[in-house]
Structure formats: C-alpha cells, structure tokens
Design a protein around this ligand. Structure first.
Ligand code: ASP
Length: 462
C-alpha cells in the first residue's frame, strides 16, 4: 500500500448527512483541505438534518409523483428550492445558484412524462446534481479551486433500467480523462446518462456506486466513503451496546458480513472499486480524525479470529430426505433446477449423506411456489420426507483468521447451547472465512449476544 506521501489521488464520497446543511458542507471543505490528494469529491443530495427531517431525494420523488398525478407540483418544488436556499444563506454564497436550481427544477417538471420511470429518474437526479453545484460554490467561497462536473460531459454512461441502472463498460475509459483535470472536481452521485441521452439513476443509496466507479476509472489510490458513523462495528450496535470498531477488514469479510444484513453500506455498491483492487476507507465527516474502517484486498491476522458477527431475518429452509441420495447422480442439480424454474435464487445449500436443504429468502418463497415445488420434489425426485421451516434467521461469524484456527465451531456452538439456542442448521462457507448458523427468528438477537460474548469478551479480555 502507498504511504501518505505517495498518495496522489483520492476519490471521497460524502453521503446525505454530510451535505445536509451549510455547517456540514463546511466540514467537507475542511476535510478536502486536509489532504490535497482528495481531488474528486462525490456528493449525495442533502439528507436528513434530524430524525424528523425529509431527504431531498424523497422530496423529489413526492414532487415527481404529484406531477405524474397531473398536478403542477408547485408546493413540492418550492419546498425543495427552499431546502437549497437555506443552505445557500447559511453558507453566505450568492443567490444566483438558487435561481438556477429553481429554473432547473421547472424545466425537469415540464419534461416529457410519457415514461414514468424515466420521468422519476430525471427528478430524482436533481437532488445530487444541484447539491454538487451548490457544494462547488461553497468550496470556492472557502478558497478552494473547485468545479462542478457534469456526468454527461464526463461520460458516466448507464443502462436504461430506470431506477436500477448499471454502468456501461465504455464509461471507464471516458471517465479516466478526469484525472488530467486540475483542481477539485465536485461530481454528483447517483445518476448518469443513457446512450440515448436520458438521465438514469442507480438504485437508492447509489452515490456509493458513483464513487466506486470513479475510483476504479481514475485508478485512485484510495476510495473514501464519508458517512456519519466512526467505523464499521463488530456487531450491530443496536444489539451489542458498545460493540467494538473494526479497523481493517478484507473485501471478502465485508461481503460475507454485508450479506447477512450488516449495515453501514451496500457491499454491491463498491464492486467496481473491489475489482480494481482499490482500498476503501469508511470515515466519519463529523470526526475526521477517527481512523475509520479500511477495507483492503488482504490483511494480516494477529489473533482475533472472528472479526465480525452479522445476522438477518427472513429466511426459510426446504429440507429434502432420501435414502441413498449420495449415490444418485444429479439429485442436487435437479432440486436446484426446480428452484430455477420458479425464478428463485438460493442462498445456501448445506447437505448430508441422505439429505439436502436449501435456504431461500422467505419473501420470494410464496405459498403458490411452495406448493408447486413440493409437488415436483415428491414426484420427480421421489423424496421420502420434505420439510419447510419458515421464520429462520441466519447468524454469521466472519473472519479470515478462522481458516487457521482450531475450535471456532466448538466455541460458537457451545456459546449457543449455553444460551439455550437450538441450531437449526450450520454451514461453513467454502472459503472457510465464515460460519453460518440458522436459528429461529425469535432467537436471533440472543444468538448474536452469545457469540459476541464468546469471541469478543474473551479475546479482548473485556
Ligand atoms: N440520494 C440518493 C438516495 O437517497 C442516493 C444516495 O444518497 O446515495 O437514495
């Protein structure tokens, strides 16, 4: 990894709470000043200033809906303009930018509404686009050489799946040219343009994706993701009060943890940066001195074999029993094919000699699908026993060091047994960096507490 002196380019993304008002944006300016390598700043739309507040993106959706319902959406438009105006006044920059934002929204609202998804995206994108223009203005007032970058000019080309767009490969080469531009570039997150020139957005929370794409395209030394928490925690702080911070984790660990409902950010969002091998750092805009969490391709393991515990509700299991299943060629394939025929993707498939189970997301496994699949398993696979277990939670312990440590499973199962939790299912990931326990949904929190006690209180002598 490069040392601080050799870091030339950092792409830093700031989420909604980091640009929610002028005082937050001034913190962003200070953070940019602290390290001249932070040359590309990706911004979200203004987020919530307090728990009762509304995100600008949600205000824009309400505005678009009002217009789609045939109204003029005047009230909604004015409320949005006022959100930006309050930032402008507090920051003490000129009013011109607000007149431009008002005009921009009027034009968007007057656009073609024949395609609902496209119209919604055009409005949603206004949040980030105008945020970037205003942030650039505030940066300049703070004496920084900053300029707004239009994703259309820069070449952020997306597929035309409105609201769920994906970056197209040609974007990378085009975006790479930004590296040559002088000064600080303020790039709006969340949206780009289709080949035919329409605005399209990523899924919600998509500014993280923009940042990761830019980091990859510009071959950044680091992708910083600024949010409002100090770090990623070893377990959900809502379940474990005072859960430890994680300072360093690998891409694989993050992916396993995120899969089982680990918050902070969306693992898929950072795929472009992961593919390009760019280290990622999650940091807090409100406490920039805190080291944050670094996510890297590899890390050394010094004890502490379990790095994090994640858990998620909403799973179900289909158990299939058949004597001598192990001798039957293609049994597993045929079972999975039945799921495929129903358009279902499975999460895990632990198996034994005479049985196999498949874990699915409960929301996808509807009663009709259940009936059809059960019938086929009975008739086509000749299964002797089939059971469906709903209301399951998955609890996962993750850590690269687990691979080298004896007795992790024993310690985990013992802790769960002592807490009186029945393990419905146990699965070790093939990579051996994770172990998954299926427990009843009602036991989920207790299971996380028991595992945290076993691996963290002991390891770290608390
Ligand atoms: N503003 C968008 C949202 O609220 C995108 C983002 O913040 O990442 O989903």
């Amino acid at each position: 990894m490069k040392t601080n002196d050799t870091v030339e380019l950092i792409v830093a993304k700031f989420g909604g709470t980091s640009v929610a008002d002028a005082s937050q944006i001034l913190k962003v300016c200070e953070i940019a000043k602290m390290n001249p390598a932070r040359r590309v700043i990706v911004v979200s739309a203004p987020g919530k200033r307090n728990a009762a507040d509304t995100k600008v993106t949600d205000m824009l959706i309400a505005c678009a809906e009002a217009r789609l319902a045939g109204g003029a959406a005047e009230t909604e438009r004015k409320a949005i303009v006022e959100r930006y105006a309050s930032i402008q006044r507090e920051a003490g920059v000129g009013e011109k930018v607000i007149a431009a934002i008002d005009e921009d929204l009027r034009q968007r609202l007057a656009s073609d509404r024949s395609h609902r998804g496209r119209f919604l995206d055009l409005l949603k994108a206004a949040g980030e686009d105008n945020s970037a223009r205003l942030v650039a203005e505030i940066f300049r007032k703070c004496g920084l050489d900053a300029k707004y970058v239009d994703p259309r000019d820069a070449g952020m080309i997306l597929s035309d799946e409105f609201g769920n767009a994906m970056v197209l490969p040609e974007s990378y080469d085009r975006l790479a040219a930004l590296r040559q531009q002088p000064g600080i570039l303020i790039f709006p997150g969340f949206f780009g343009y289709t080949r035919s020139g329409s605005v399209a957005t990523f899924p919600r929370g998509g500014s993280d994706i923009t940042g990761a794409i830019l980091a990859a395209a510009l071959k950044a030394d680091l992708y910083e993701n600024f949010t409002d928490v100090d770090s990623v925690f070893a377990a959900d702080p809502r379940i474990i009060e005072g859960a430890q911070s994680i300072e360093l984790l690998t891409y694989r660990e993050m992916r396993e943890l995120a899969y089982a409902g680990f918050g902070v950010f969306h693992d898929e969002a950072i795929v472009p940066a992961v593919r390009a091998g760019i280290p990622i750092c999650i940091r807090n805009t409100n406490r920039p001195a805190a080291p944050g969490t670094r996510i890297v391709p590899r890390r050394p393991y010094q004890g502490g074999e379990v790095l994090g515990i994640a858990s998620a509700d909403g799973f179900c299991a289909v158990y299939v029993d058949k004597y001598l299943m192990n001798r039957e060629v293609g049994f597993g394939r045929r079972l999975l094919q039945m799921l495929e025929d129903e358009g279902l993707s499975y999460e895990h498939a632990p198996s034994g000699i005479d049985n196999m189970s498949v874990i699915l997301r409960e929301k996808d496994f509807t009663a009709e699908r259940e009936e059809r699949i059960l019938r086929r398993i009975k008739n086509e696979l000749g299964a002797e026993n089939i059971e469906i277990d709903r209301g399951l939670a998955l609890v996962m312990i993750v850590g690269e060091g687990m691979h080298y440590t004896v007795g992790v499973a024993a310690r985990a199962t013992c802790a769960l047994a002592q807490a009186g939790i029945n393990i419905e299912m146990l699965n070790q990931g093939s990579s051996e960096i994770s172990m998954m326990f299926g427990v009843k949904g009602s036991d989920r929190k207790k299971a996380v507490q028991a595992l945290y006690g076993a691996f963290f209180m002991r390891q770290h002598g608390n």
